[in-house]
Structures are given as C-alpha cells and as structure tokens.
Design a protein around this ligand. Structure first.
Ligand SMILES: O=c1[nH]c(=O)c2nc[nH]c2[nH]1
Length: 416
C-alpha cells in the first residue's frame, strides 16, 4: 500500500472535474483504493509520497500515432493525404527495413512521448517485423503501456513497402506469438494500414487473426475525400468506408480504433456506435493535411466513443495536451459557423484525453476505485503566479505548459 498526496484533479464524467485540494490517493499495488480529503485511519501507517502543492492528474492516452514517422515531425506538410503518403511518408517508413535505423529512431520516439506525458499509446510501426519488435521492446523498457501494430499493406504501395500477402500474415502471426504474453503492459494490435493498401484476402485473414487471438484492431477511416473516393472505386459494393472493415470483422468485433473520422456518413456513425468503435480525433493532423475537422459534437451526441491521437507525423506535436487545446479550438470554429453544435468544454476534452482514451486499455485514465494508477505530477509553480484556483492552474498548464512542467510519471502504479 502507498499514499500519494497533492492537489488531485480528474474527470469521472464528461461534464465535471473532481478536484481535491491537498488530497490523498490510496494505492494497493497498482490500483486505486480511493481518493480522500484525510487519510482513513486504517491506512495511516503506509508510505506517503507528498507532492505538496503540485497537481496530480491522470496520464495522457495517445490512441493514434506513427512511430516510424518520427523524422518527419514538423516538416513536409504541403500536400494532402495521398500525395503526402507517397512523397514523404512511404520513403521514410521504407528505411525501417534497417533494424539499426529502427532502433535509433524508435528510441527517440519513445523518449519524446515519455517527455510529453503519454502513459499509454496505440502506435503504428511499419511492415518490418524486426523493427516492429524493436519498438515493442523499447516501449516495454520505458514503462509506458499500450499496443504496437506491425503494419499490413500488400497493394497500392511503393515497391519497398508492398508485402507479399502471406509474408504479411505470417510476420503478423509471428509477432503475436512472441509478444502476446511477453509484457503485461505492451501488447500487439492488428494494423491494416487502411483499405486502399490491403487486399481483400489480407483483410479477411487479419479479421480472423484478430478474433482468434482476441486482439484489438487499429486503422484509418474517412480521413480525406480523395481517399474515400478511392475506397469507393476499390469496393463499389460497400455501403460506406467502414463497411469494408466491417465485412472482414475489423470493425468492432474486437476493440477497434479508427483514426480521423472526418467525413463519416450517418450510417457509418450508427455502425460505430452499435459496434463500440472508437473515433480517434487527431486535430493537428487533420488541419496539417487539410483533411477537415472531425465533427466531435455530432459523434458525442451519437454516443460514439472518442479518444485523442497525436498522429505524428501528420500531427506535429507529441503532446496530447496540445490535442486537447486544438480539439477545443476547432470545435469552436465549427460552433461559430453553426450554433447547432456546441463547442467542446475543457472537462469534456480532458475526459477524452484521460478516461475516454484510457478505457480502450481497461480501467485507465481516472482516479476512481479499482483504476490502475496512471498519473502525471505537474509542477506549475512558474505558471502559478497569482491566486489561481486549482482548475485555472490546470487550464493554464494545458494551454501554456510543456514537458518541463511534468515532474513525475506513473504507469500502472509504477514511477517511470
Ligand atoms: O494521417 C495518416 N497517416 C498515415 O500514415 C496514413 N496511412 C494511411 N492513412 C493515413 N493517414
């Protein structure tokens, strides 16, 4: 048992912050027993870690990013999705055939997400088996939790990234066998890159593997109009983009993340809701690649699960705090044009970054009883120069802070 003391802030629900000044979080192993104003008598003698006036908040969950695009973060944003993939992204990802390059760049990537307060991540690797396993090992060593996908693509890619279908399937199976039980915190995830780069036979096999091993799925959905039209051409009988994944058991038959979701049809939204498919909102990427703005209020009104993704390197920031800010700002731009859709509040965005995204991994992202203790300790002393309330301090840190304000990071009860 352990006791953590400080100014505790979290969002059990979308609509409100729970704030406990000088409060106590009681931990039993990696899980939360409760949050209290005073230490209950029976716990008085346990070890206490006193963070004094610092803020203690849940860790950030990044539910969509591309680790092998590390080199390209902050550059090469002058094109829309499909030419951007061909001209900048695929050439960079091809380099991960070289395991030493993979090791070097994946180490930098993991350091960067660690710095920015990400405690759980869902990451795309590349098609390359050896480099993908390196990324998994580096993540395991870092203490950050999450899942990593070997990317599958066997058509419509450059030669260096176009796999033989059977190689794609066998390499995926090999990684699953090696990593399914290697770590409690880092697991494999089935990762068809997106419909245009996956043949039907590949999609069919990946759906079967996901179900057989009960593995989650991650991919891209309805990000860009050119991409959506291409999917229509490739699959003329499908009702909408997500219907292609659905027909191969890759749309909610196991827990599923679909990144972007900018241009969804109403039927697609309904299916996402019915099958509990997460829409992963990647606001900076959607802006940088000119894809559009995810209609977040419409999705929330339709009870679709939402998480945030940094989507590096379409996105230029590793910080999920920045995703919170951009998501709020973009929702205000939509609201300014159409008052039918209320903008996102701070508590809603904070909930999405913590408990919303965390729910993909289990009881993660809140300080309620039985949640795993994933947390950030924030030292905002240089931002806290007047009589700000605790909520104002959090807001100021979210808008103005950076990794230098993150004093400690916990994942599943362990200081990392
Ligand atoms: O933003 C994106 N980044 C990618 O790497 C990608 N691949 C397919 N679709 C994609 N969208």
């Amino acid at each position: 048992m352990k006791i953590i003391k400080g100014n505790i802030i979290f969002t059990p629900t979308y609509d409100k912050f729970e704030i406990i000044k000088d409060g106590y979080i009681i931990l039993s192993n990696n899980k939360i027993v409760g949050v209290y104003n005073e230490i209950p008598k029976q716990y008085k003698n346990y070890e206490l870690i006193d963070y004094k006036d610092k803020l203690i908040i849940p860790g950030m969950n990044d539910l969509h990013c591309h680790a092998p695009q590390f080199r390209n973060v902050g550059i090469a944003m002058d094109k829309e999705l499909l030419p951007w993939l061909n001209d900048y992204t695929f050439p960079e990802e091809s380099k991960y055939k070289d395991i030493d390059y993979g090791k070097k760049m994946y180490s930098k990537f993991v350091k960067e997400i660690y710095k920015n307060g990400t405690t759980r991540v869902a990451a795309f690797a590349t098609i390359h088996k050896e480099s993908t396993m390196k990324l998994m090992d580096i993540l395991i060593d870092s203490g950050i939790g999450g899942c990593v996908g070997k990317v599958n693509m066997d058509r419509n890619s450059c030669d260096s990234l176009c796999e033989y279908t059977m190689t794609s399937i066998n390499d995926t199976l090999d990684i699953i066998k090696r990593y399914l039980n290697k770590s409690e915190l880092v697991k494999p995830i089935i990762t068809p890159r997106f419909v245009p780069t996956c043949s039907e036979i590949l999609l069919k096999n990946l759906g079967e593997i996901a179900i057989k091993y009960n593995l989650p799925v991650q991919s891209h959905l309805s990000e860009n109009i050119g991409e959506i039209n291409w999917v229509k051409e490739l699959h003329p009988r499908s009702k909408f983009y997500g219907d292609v994944y659905d027909s191969y058991n890759l749309f909610g038959d196991t827990p599923t993340l679909m990144a972007h979701c900018v241009h969804l049809t109403d039927d697609e939204i309904n299916l996402m809701k019915t099958k509990n498919v997460y829409a992963v909102h990647c606001p900076t990427s959607n802006a940088n690649l000119g894809s559009g703005i995810m209609p977040i209020r419409k999705l929330l009104n339709n009870n679709v699960k939402i998480a945030f993704g940094s989507d590096v390197s379409g996105g230029h920031s590793f910080s999920i705090f920045k995703a919170i800010v951009y998501a709020i700002e973009f929702s205000k731009l939509i609201w300014a044009q159409n008052k039918e859709y209320d903008f996102l509040t701070l508590s809603e965005a904070f909930y999405i970054a913590t408990k919303g995204g965390g729910s993909f991994f289990g009881n993660i992202g809140s300080f309620e009883k039985d949640y795993e203790f994933d947390a950030l300790v924030i030292d905002d002393s240089d931002l806290n120069f007047d009589n700000y309330s605790l909520l104002e301090r959090l807001e100021k840190f979210i808008y103005l802070g950076d990794d230098r304000h993150i004093y400690h990071r916990y994942v599943s009860g362990k200081l990392i």
